[in-house]
Design a binder for this molecule. Structure first.
Ligand code: LFR
Length: 487
């Protein structure tokens, strides 16, 4: 039996997950979990990247103590954030967190130089103020000049572990700097940023073996013999590999975590004007695919509600209180930029409701219910756009990721979409990461057989759509909420 370890780091926590194939089934076990969050220093939000590296090493030490002497290892994290390195491989700056407000208004300024349509035609990437393109646009130009290598966060972690510099493709596509024609960094966009192709590393497709851990790390820590495999280092790309889609039924996915990413896997990009106006993106997926999807604010709204709440509670309690709250009292336009990083999410939701003339949610249960219902309505809109833009009908929505545990949200989604929902696995990101390692080692044949194996290995809950009371009036109200003038 071969051992594989997925390092999967999200915005609020990281974990090391062991995976193996046993009698044709994928079996996973969490080895180690640690916290992650960004920190505010002098008005800016930063990740503590050295802490992440230390936690990976701590997890590997535990793995060895637990009897894993030899393994492959793959790393995924969130996207877009980057590290600038000098010629000696040292960091030139602390790593900005993408929610930092320095990119507010940056897209408008950037598109005075080159129109948004031109950039979308080139890259097919949705406009999010925090895309690497806009972050680099507002980055200190002096530092950019001194930069020898620009790596995204997981690329940097691979570099610290192996000494090798790559720009992994699925994550590199989220920079909004790759041209869809040739898959390379676009010279015109680089030129506007004052950057040169040589400042990036080699674009590398997931699925290859990168090499062993650096000998000095092995000496300093008691680590297993590790071979690093390049997995889809963008967590969402790994999550899509981990979708348990078996058979030929057309399926869409919703990767539900800090963000909700709803979309479909396509063989070709779709960078039309209508895809742009719906803000759909064409991120690269594993094995030559495109992730045609849309970012929806996601469970970040619940995470922040819990963080700022005066009442100490678990996510399960929040979900339970939401179940008990009366349905469809107030709705919020989740994708409004005001919800990206407010100081107090609960207050922001209440102000939105007040400004739009809706009942103001009082209890935590009411706030949580408002979030879940608004998310489900946003999923409905996104699915409608997805079917219109692709000209396809999707027979099922797979909800994967931590959010797939949320029964209320799953059922609301099935009801509002009028489609069956298959929920699980919740660890799809680590599972997808592991599946690519298993394919690279020849233990699984390809992504199709990986998905069949995943389908046969993890419990999946099916939700059948139920009729929504006063559906028409609800959708009219929703339309009014989304189009009301708020700031
Ligand atoms: C999800 C995710 C999204 C990306 C956002 C920011 O964790 O990776 O796909 O748009 O975080 O990086």
């Amino acid at each position: 039996m071969l051992n594989h370890i997925a390092v999967d780091i999200g915005a609020s926590s990281g974990r090391l997950v062991h995976g193996a194939l046993i009698a044709g089934q994928m079996v996973i076990r969490e080895l180690y979990r640690f916290d992650n969050r960004f920190h505010r220093v002098e008005g800016h939000d930063y990740w503590d990247i050295d802490h992440l590296l230390e936690e990976i090493l701590a997890g590997l030490v535990l793995a060895k103590r637990g009897g894993i002497g030899r393994c492959t290892l793959g790393i995924d994290t969130w996207a877009v954030d980057y590290v600038l390195l000098d010629r000696t491989g040292k960091r030139i700056h602390e790593v900005y967190a993408y929610r930092d407000s320095r990119t507010n208004g940056a897209p408008d300024n950037f598109h005075r130089v080159i129109p948004r349509e031109a950039v979308y035609r080139k890259t097919g990437i949705q406009e999010l103020s925090f895309n690497t393109l806009y972050q680099l646009f507002v980055h200190d130009p002096e530092q950019l000049k001194r930069t020898d290598a620009i790596l995204l966060v997981p690329d940097y972690l691979y570099f610290r572990l192996t000494g090798r510099q790559i720009n992994e493709l699925t994550n590199a596509s989220t920079t909004q700097l790759l041209n869809l024609q040739d898959g390379e960094f676009d010279p015109e966009l680089l030129g506007i940023l004052g950057l040169d192709r040589a400042q990036f590393a080699e674009l590398t497709e997931p699925g290859i073996k990168l090499g062993p851990l650096l000998p000095e790390l092995k000496e300093a820590y008691d680590l297993p013999e590790c071979e690093l495999v390049v997995v889809p280092t963008h967590d969402t790309a790994s999550a899509v590999v981990g979708v348990p889609a078996a058979g030929d039924r057309p399926w869409a996915y919703l990767s539900s975590g800090t963000w909700s990413l709803l979309g479909a896997e396509l063989a070709e990009p779709l960078n039309t004007g209508s895809a742009m106006s719906c803000n759909y993106t064409n991120e690269r997926g594993a094995y030559g695919t495109f992730r045609f999807l849309k970012n929806i604010m996601g469970l970040w709204m619940i995470q922040e509600t819990r963080r700022v709440s005066a009442i100490d509670c678990s996510f399960a309690e929040l979900a339970q209180w939401a179940e008990e709250a009366p349905p469809f009292q107030s709705l919020v336009a989740c994708n409004h930029p005001r919800f990206l990083n407010p100081a107090d999410m609960i207050e922001e939701i209440r102000s939105f409701c007040r400004e739009t003339g809706q009942p103001v949610p009082a209890t935590l249960g009411e706030v949580a219910r408002c979030i879940f219902e608004s998310l489900a309505l946003t999923y409905r809109d996104a699915m409608e756009e997805l079917e219109r833009l692709t000209g396809r009908t999707f027979e099922v929505l797979h909800i994967v990721g931590g959010g797939s545990h949320n029964g209320l949200l799953n059922q609301l989604t099935a009801d509002l979409l009028g489609k069956p929902v298959c929920a699980g696995p919740s660890e799809s990101t680590a599972i997808g990461n592991l599946a690519v390692q298993m394919i690279a080692c020849g233990c699984l044949y390809d992504v199709r057989s990986a998905r069949e194996t995943i389908d046969g290995s993890f419990p999946i809950t099916r939700y059948t759509p139920r009729p929504v009371e006063n559906r028409k009036q609800l959708l009219e109200r929703w339309e009014r909420v989304k189009t009301s003038p708020v700031f």
